[in-house]
Ligand binder design. Structure first.
Ligand code: HEC
Length: 156
């Protein structure tokens, strides 16, 4: 997924060095949009179906920590996947991402931090605090979507 994005970015850079590369640039933007949507699909799978059972009383906390760390990593990658112009096309990304980049980065950081906190609590074996932190992490998804997507991605 990341490789595909890197390839897209390279293609865009090459295209820019040639006159008439506009079509190729559009293609590369399609790739970056697809890559960031794939990133979100993975984060949803990890944070939902795969994480919930681990929060049960007998859930494997080491696995939970691994998944939470991966969620943080995916969020960090996600923030790098918004080159100028990629608000056009088959995307829910709001133009606000480009006009209020600092706010977008702060919303992303809140999500990264919430996931890392989740990993920390799992490693410490603090089951009592995990359920609450799971809610905090979930709320960071919705908080960003509210400001930086054109419609609710969870209803897509
Ligand atoms: C910093 C902002 C931000 C955070 C935090 C965030 N998202 Fe998103 N999310 C977006 C944006 C922007 C899109 C639209 C991407 C696009 O269509 O190009 C999106 C799209 C999605 C989609 C739709 C993907 C698709 O198939 O098109 C899902 C599902 C999703 N997010 C889940 C989550 C979950 C789960 C979390 C929390 C663990 C989360 N997001 C956290 C900004 C965020």
């Amino acid at each position: 997924m990341r490789n595909r994005w890197v390839k897209g970015a390279v293609a865009a850079a090459l295209a820019l060095s040639f006159a008439g590369g506009v079509v190729v640039v559009a293609q590369a933007q399609g790739d970056v949009i697809k890559a960031r949507q794939d990133n979100r699909k993975e984060i949803t799978r990890l944070g939902g179906r795969e994480m919930r059972p681990l929060l049960e009383a007998d859930g494997n906390l080491a696995e939970l920590a691994t998944r939470a760390e991966r969620i943080a990593e995916l969020n960090k990658q996600f923030a790098t996947m918004f080159p100028p112009g990629s608000d056009k096309g088959n995307t829910l990304a709001s133009p606000a991402i480009w006009t209020d980049r600092a706010g977008f980065d702060a919303a992303n950081k809140a999500s990264v931090d919430a996931a890392l906190k989740m990993a920390e609590l799992a490693k410490a074996g603090n089951r009592a605090a995990l359920a609450d932190q799971y809610k905090v992490m979930g709320s960071t998804c919705g908080a960003c979507h509210q400001k930086y997507t054109t419609s609710d991605p969870f209803k897509k």
